[in-house]
Design a protein around this ligand. Sequence first.
Ligand code: ADP
Ligand code: ASP
Ligand code: MG
Length: 592
Amino acid sequence: MSVIVQKFGGTSVADSKKILAAARKAIRAYNEGHQVVMVVSAMGKNTDKLIALAKEITKDPPSREMDMLLSTGEQVSVALMAMAIQQFGYKAVSMTGAQIGIKTDDAHTKARIKSISTDRMRAALDDGNIVIAAGFQGVDDDFNITTLGRGGSDTTAVALAAVLNAESCEIYTDVDGVYTTDPRIVPEARRVKQISYDEMLEMASLGAGVMHSRSIEFAKNFNVPVHVRASYSDEPGTMIVSAPESESRAVCGAAIVKDEVRLTVRGVPDRPGSAQMIFQAIAARRIVMDMIVQNIGTEGKAEISFTIPKIELSATLKALEEVKRGSNEAYETLSYDDHLSKISIVGHGMVHQVGVAEKMFLALGEKNINIQMISTSTIKISVLVDQDVAQEALRTIHAAFELEKVPEDMAQELRLAETTDEQKIHMIHRLQQLEELLIDKVELDENQARITLPEVPNTPGMSAKIFRRIMEENVVVDMIVQSQGEGLQTKLSFTVPCESVEKAYHVASCVAREFQIPEPKMSPAVAKISLSGTGMRSHTTVASRMLKRLAEAQINIEMINTSEVCFSVVVAAEKGKEAMAILQEEFKHSLE
Ligand code: ADP
Ligand code: ASP
Ligand code: MG
């Protein structure tokens, strides 16, 4: 019999009426002949309230007790939901994470799922029950209750759908689907008919809170079709599947992280392992770093900048203080800017289209919005802007890419990729732990060159002007990294195919002369090594492992970019093959 997983988020179970309405949806699916597993979140804002309560007791609640506390929110909902179903005359059984058999690691408040035993659920389903599973929680090997991180019920739902080989996973929420951007901020946003796993992974990881990004890792790895829809209606919503909505569109959506912090660590000794110590300390706390820039500064000391979500600021500062205590020379100074937002665009089509970055920069420049940092990856471009102009920036970008318009080549029929039982079993065998890192390939591109403008004025529209000139010469730009230097200057680096480096350099020189800034520097040949896979950023140790191995081999990283599906580093051309071999070796267990 086919299994359907239905997940109801906090607002969709906020009161008894809503719980009864959700129960009716599950009963309808049951009556249509499916076995039904419901996953429910804590009622309304209950998790927030519990967190606030803990903070009234202590500023820094121990994470084990935090999990004990937060898991109660979901326990209330499952019990009430089971009562609701039973009073309609149907059989239901509620289960906590431990009872379902969700085993996680012991990283309290950010635990990852290691395994799920389906026996108990199967027995209850075969006995005619609707199974009601508590979202967001599991237990570690010592039976301590763990939680999966805010928004983690989505991950419970898709994980259950994956291991139960469910026909689909329905995510019932307070919007009627996935929009081109958060509809609460941009009312013109359009509901998309479908979105690909990779695009949704990036969108979710870059701030589209409608889905927990780790749930999409499960969906992608196990090919689970996810249907995001409204709990208040029966209309179809958005399908998250392997194919994008449009093949021709460069950009499928835009996302915002309102509270993003940029940290800058200066005076890091420029010798192997120094930067790596910093990255490792942060990664060990499962803090997701983004927009990483390393510069070799004066007197052989390096400067490292990276961004983190603001809720991770105090944990990050603690990690850095610890590094400093361990070795006073680890770095000289630490500063941060916490009045920033990160705006990103995402889309498969970016890979093939030129001028996407330029269009984004130009739109912001026209509105006089200053870009404080840029980082690109295969299917996303992120910029940092001042918080005060962030919402305007998001609206501007949404309009510039006409995301409100239905794509002309919109996929008419939903084609689901077939996955055989053998493939699913293969996937479960490939993964020793369900949320393990998976890397599909490591690639070397030796046909790249790099141009750096060391001092670009930090004023609105500068990046747009520079890239417009470069596009006018039909030069395809690949990676772009712009970072804040000291004072009012920024440093802008980008890579181009080797054959167009002369042209790109010429344009950059003209721009430099025009703006009376220092001449560009050119590296006529560099090597780019890219790792692609799933959940590369949410597995926070990927960056630090890469940096560690390359540092040990004395290979300097000239540029770096990160995303959920791809991670690239640029190194000197003659080091390309060696770096590639090192990374292949380091990640061999994650490669098929
Ligand atoms: P739930 O409690 O059901 O899990 P969430 O609050 O976690 O619901 O997620 C739904 C919210 O996500 C919406 O109300 C919306 O404001 C926000 N959101 C952010 N980005 C998007 C997007 N691209 N599409 C749809 N909703 C989005
Ligand atoms: N209740 C948890 C939270 O608010 C999990 C979830 O709703 O997904 O983060
Ligand atoms: Mg949610």
